[in-house]
Write a protein of this length. Structure first.
Length: 364
């Protein structure tokens, strides 16, 4: 019997997803496993350890602290840091991490640090902006870097960009514009670099939608966890996470009685309600209250009622034959995190990465 709110992670499904994605790649195309944001809420160290067993040689995270956690868990494989900050460059070197350099300022700062430490051939990656306009070198800055800055202390392992709408149906003019812009990036690098780096552009959705552009590597995040932004792609994957919690109390209300803060719900008839020990502090936001969010109990659907509280939420049990201790499923392989999130007008990424650490992680 389930004892508390828990996220159950199916490692066999993780292996299935890895194999599925790997099967879409050419033999010499590298797979970079993205385990940022605590491996999309599932626990980065445990997931990375499993992926190493499956053959993963390259990882990526968002920030330096996330990479340090992996190193401290004895992950020895390459770890890209997507968004290193200048103040963290010392830690990058200390833990033998591979920074992504995305502005001229951070490039110059890192070169200066390498000189101070008398380091040569340090592995780095260069991010270029091809239209997402988030981070990355402009075409002009890329040319300046390649022609005016002495980067002999660095080993540029890869040059890449990021697609902003790779899940959109084809043809997608914006994505094609980004692909064309990256072709210009590649030509520029080839013009000025005697030793060519690897090139990569695709993310999870891109693997399904633009396999012809897989180049030398792909970066895969959400698809490893069983979701791919389109229902037909999702059919090939297996969601690895199930979020559930037990009913901890049942109330019988008379018609006209209220539930929760600010009398958020009023019983229109005599009703049974269940109290579930999970709330907005755990990542189930207030937007899921008042009938927006739905849960599954013994194969039946029950609405979340009233206002979601910090540590618990309430559901209308209707005629469901259940008791204290019965498992309540918020999402699983059948009603996925994407399905649950859609009811709250958000996406699976936010749902998974927002799950608080006090939710117990269980692996099977």
């Amino acid at each position: 019997m389930i004892q508390e709110a828990q996220l159950t992670i199916d490692l066999n499904s993780l292996a299935h997803n890895y194999s599925c994605l790997r099967s879409k790649l050419k033999e010499d195309t590298a797979l970079i496993a993205v385990v940022k944001a605590n491996a999309y809420g599932t626990n980065s160290t445990r997931i990375a350890q499993e992926l190493v067993k499956l053959g993963t040689k390259h990882f990526a995270v968002a920030y330096t602290a996330e990479a340090v956690v992996l190193r401290e868990a004895n992950i020895k494989e390459d770890i890209m840091v997507f968004y290193p900050q200048i103040g963290q460059l010392d830690r990058i070197i200390e833990h033998q991490l591979e920074p992504v350099l995305y502005t001229l300022e951070i490039i110059k700062a890192f070169i200066e640090l390498l000189k101070q430490k008398n380091l040569k051939d340090y592995p780095v990656h260069i991010k270029c902006n091809t239209g997402l306009n988030r981070i990355g070198l402009s075409q002009e800055d890329l040319v300046f870097f390649l022609t005016e800055i002495d980067a002999s202390s660095m080993n540029i392992k890869s040059v890449y960009s990021h697609l902003g709408a790779s899940e959109n149906p084809k043809p997608c003019p914006f994505t094609q514009q980004q692909i064309n812009a990256f072709e210009v990036v590649k030509k520029t690098v080839k013009k000025f670099c005697s030793t060519l780096p690897k090139f990569h552009l695709l993310n999870s959705s891109g693997i399904f939608n633009y396999p012809e552009h897989q180049l030398d590597a792909i970066r895969v995040g959400i698809a490893l966890y069983g979701l791919a932004n389109q229902s037909e792609w999702d059919l090939e994957l297996q969601p690895i996470a199930k979020l559930s919690a037990p009913i901890c109390q049942i109330h019988t209300l008379k018609k006209g009685e209220n539930v929760g803060y600010n009398q958020g719900w009023e019983a229109t008839k005599d009703s049974r309600i269940g109290i579930i020990p999970i709330g907005h502090a755990d990542g189930i936001g207030r937007q899921y209250g008042n009938g927006v969010g739905k849960v599954q109990i013994l194969g039946q659907t029950a609405p979340i009622i009233g206002n979601v509280c910090m540590d618990m939420l309430m559901i209308d049990l209707g005629s469901i034959d259940c008791a204290v201790g019965t498992e309540v499923i918020l999402f699983d392989k059948n009603t996925t995190a994407a399905d649950f999130a859609a009811n709250g007008n958000t996406i699976s990424y936010e749902m998974l990465t927002g799950l608080n650490s006090r939710i117990q992680r269980v692996y099977q």
